[in-house]
Design a binder for this molecule. Structure first.
Ligand code: PLP
Length: 488
């Protein structure tokens, strides 16, 4: 059962439950399964969504029992998503949109962040850990709310979310500061996202270095996408989408399907890669980026170079220069050599760039294609798709739609949709009508009138929800804030 290894060293393996508890290795390496288990895809893709989730989680996290995992899946998804099948597949024109945003916070991160807390609780029980787990998250918007909703009132855990004061949209802020729950804290930090993130990283560092700074038995943990407990739950929706296509008679089992994925930290698309390695007939994974096109360059040239300008775009969840989960792909495609991965990651840390060999690049390009679009192209895609098909894309999904158009190779194409358009209503409305509406809630209402689709309940209710979290602190007060919350 010691099936998880470190991408950066040859240390002995650990079980999946331990990999979930540790999140990431002390040397910065990520936990991976060198040999990815195969599933009987013909059978599994025909199952209902919850059963697909169960089978993939059991395969990827093999020290959990079937009975315990059944409990995890049911607590994660029952009654929490707008549709019974968790991630509906919708036909739009000549392709398919996989709606991943039907969860409690209208972001695709819900699929994983509803399951992670349940997996964590189970992993603690399996490893006889009884102390408090304190989740710390710095957020530029979407992750914070999804993590709050996931960890709310989960026994043995507390969560503190830090967002840059004035650095998130009004709707995103409202989503967070109205969060209910006994174990949640939400706090603005003076500064930008980087300041908040650096402060949170320093808090982790201080907890390691300064024994006794936190109460006895308290362990800090994070909810970000390097944790295998967040990655594994995402594999399900690729298999489910494929099964939907077979059921509709649009493909026969065995036909290859392409997926276009709006990409930031490379977690979502890596889940597709894992689904493929588990046996799903995938043709190509299209990696879609906004103006922050470091991944496009990498997949086209084999050179990863982070030394470039950072752009703030209309698809902020894809604004990123270092995509952490790419390390896992490097590990697999170099033949599972930690020495090689360690070398590349050192280069990245010291030189800000690395380059892979041609053979490896060709292997990666057997599976991946990539392209990037700026905000102008994003907005015109939103308008075109609405005018032609009456379907409203959010700003992130629109980037993937544009990429699916550019990288089409004749196979059926599924576009992954990562956010409800209502979360980015101002931009989406402006893209379609040219109208600028500053107030996010007014924009939502206009978008509803235009599209005729209901505003998700969680977003619609926000306007009248009570503001519960008003703390604002300096970046250097984050650790003290955490320590106080841990004691409370
Ligand atoms: C997080 C996020 C992404 C990027 O997903 P990764 O797994 O980080 O690549 C894309 N779109 C939205 C709306 C997101 O919240």
């Amino acid at each position: 059962m010691e099936v998880y290894r470190n991408t950066r060293n040859d240390a002995a393996g650990i079980p999946a439950s331990r990999a979930i508890l540790e999140g990431m290795a002390d040397d910065g390496g990520l936990y991976v399964m060198p040999s990815v288990p195969r599933l009987d895809m013909r059978r599994v893709c025909a199952l209902p969504a919850r059963e697909i989730s169960l089978e993939t989680l059991l395969a990827l996290l093999p020290d959990f029992t079937r009975e315990d995992m059944r409990g995890v899946v049911s607590r994660a998804y029952d009654g929490r998503f707008e549709t019974g099948d968790i991630t509906p597949l919708v036909k739009v024109g000549d392709r398919y949109v996989l709606e991943l945003f039907r969860g409690p916070t209208s972001a695709f991160k819900d699929v994983a962040l509803c399951a992670l807390p349940q997996l964590l609780v189970e992993a603690k029980r399996m490893n006889a850990e009884t102390g408090l787990t304190m989740i710390l998250t710095a957020t530029s918007g979407d992750t914070g709310k999804a993590a709050l909703a996931g960890f709310r009132d989960i026994p043995g855990t507390k969560i503190a979310v830090f967002y840059p004061e004035g650095g998130v949209s009004a709707v995103q802020r409202a989503q967070m500061v109205t969060q209910e729950g006994e174990n949640v804290a939400v706090c603005a930090v003076r500064g930008n996202f980087d300041d908040a993130q650096t402060a949170v990283k320093r808090a982790f560092q201080r907890a390691l270095e300064q024994k006794g700074a936190l109460p006895e038995g308290v362990k800090l943990s994070s909810a970000n996408s390097i944790n295998v407990g967040r990655l594994a739950p995402q594999v399900m929706y690729y298999i489910k989408a494929y099964g939907d296509l077979v059921r509709r008679g649009d493909i026969s089992f065995g036909d290859e399907v392409d997926f276009a994925v709006p990409t930031g930290n490379f977690g979502d698309i890596l889940a597709g890669y894992l689904a493929m390695r588990m046996g799903l007939p995938v043709g190509r994974l299209v990696c879609a980026s906004n103006r922050n096109d470091v991944l496009t360059d990498f997949i086209q040239t084999g050179v990863y170079d982070r030394r470039r300008e950072f752009h703030k775009t209309a698809s902020p969840s894809m604004d990123i220069l270092v995509s952490s989960n790419l390390e896992r792909l490097l590990y697999y495609e170099c033949g599972c050599s930690p020495a090689y991965v360690r070398r590349l990651m050192r280069r990245l840390a010291y030189d800000g760039r690395y380059e892979i060999g041609t053979d490896m690049l060709f292997r990666i390009r057997d599976t991946f294609s990539a392209c990037a679009f700026d905000d102008g192209a994003t907005f015109s895609t939103i308008r075109d798709v609405f005018e032609k098909h009456g379907y409203v894309l959010d700003t992130h999904t629109a980037v993937a739609w544009a990429a699916s158009e550019a990288k089409r190779e004749g196979r059926p194409m599924v576009v992954l949709s990562t956010a409800s358009p209502y979360k980015f209503a101002g931009d989406v409305l402006r893209a379609i009508t040219g109208e600028s509406v500053a107030d996010g809630f007014a924009a939502m209402e206009k978008l509803r009138a235009l599209s005729g689709t209901p505003v998700p309940k969680g977003l619609g209710d926000l306007r009248d929800a009570k503001e519960l979290h008003k703390d604002v602190i300096e970046a250097d007060e984050v650790f003290a804030y955490v320590a106080e919350r841990a004691r409370a």
